[in-house]
Design a protein. Structure first.
Length: 276
């Protein structure tokens, strides 16, 4: 059953409250960015090289989707379980699904991603700084998959370049500071507008910023993972926490986008009816 206009507006108010809460940056998050600035001088060359490779890979994702495109069949299957009387053969079939079902599927997928992130963080935390070089690219791929799964759960196709730009912006938001979060929210608020989304596509240098903020986000928390064996505990915790943040951000931003589009459709239909 589709939501009423009042229900959509209430959902929007909840999301806007969440957005305001994101604009505050805790002190520990600020100082958490300092260690990696110092570590640049001491980080082994092979890790620095791996970060450079990530820049190229994320750029490839923006342009073509590359190796990071997720499998939509899995999400469609989850949706089918929630609504057995409906038929889901493509992402477009999801667009009119009730928001409550979209959120349920998205939350389920994100929970699986968090569990996978914890296992992966523990396994790469065994070897300290050396396995950290493996941990970072794997976590990047899992982050992109988490957001793509969320996109599909809300009826958006990550194979479309416009959607991949939105995905990168979600990653930016999850790792940005206060000023960055506010700027990204302003960009995404009118993303459905063709001119605005086209302008965002021209900002492809943004994916480079993602890697640097993505790396800085690790901060002192990832420093603890560099301690062999003990890094298992910290690796599991920090990776799960990071994917949880990314999953929450993607869920909120995609839900807001779907709500705004539904409200715009309602207003358009009312206007058309009045014109007749």
């Amino acid at each position: 059953m589709r939501e009423s206009t009042e229900q959509l507006n209430e959902e929007l108010r909840i999301i806007e409250k969440w957005e305001k809460a994101q604009k505050g940056l805790w002190f520990w998050e600020k100082i958490g960015r300092i260690p990696f600035k110092l570590l640049d001088k001491f980080t082994p060359a092979f890790i620095q090289k791996k970060l450079g490779v990530l820049l190229d890979e994320l750029g490839s994702f923006v342009q073509t989707g590359g190796q990071y495109l997720t499998k939509e069949k899995h999400v469609l299957h989850k949706m089918q379980i929630q609504m057995p009387d409906a038929v889901f053969t493509s992402i477009s079939d999801i667009q009119n699904v009730p928001l409550s079902v979209m959120k349920s599927v998205s939350d389920d997928l994100n929970e699986s991603s968090k569990q996978l992130a914890a296992i992966q963080g523990a396994s790469t935390g065994i070897g300290g700084v050396f396995t950290l070089a493996v941990d970072i690219p794997i976590l990047l791929g899992l982050s992109l998959k988490t957001i793509q799964d969320t996109a599909i759960a809300y009826g958006y196709n990550p194979k479309v370049k416009k959607e991949r730009i939105f995905i990168v912006k979600c990653m930016q938001f999850a790792t940005a500071d206060t000023v960055g979060k506010e700027a990204i929210l302003n960009e995404l608020s009118s993303y459905s507008d063709a001119r605005e989304s086209q302008a965002m596509m021209s900002q492809l240098q943004g994916w480079r910023e993602v890697i640097y903020t993505y790396r800085d986000q690790y901060g002192w928390k990832k420093l603890l993972q560099m301690v062999p064996v003990a890094g298992m505990i910290f690796g599991a915790f920090t990776n799960r926490s990071m994917i949880a943040d990314i999953g929450e951000t993607a869920g909120i931003l995609y839900r807001k986008r779907r709500i705004m589009e539904r409200l715009a459709d309602r207003h358009s239909n009312i206007a058309d009816a009045a014109g007749k």
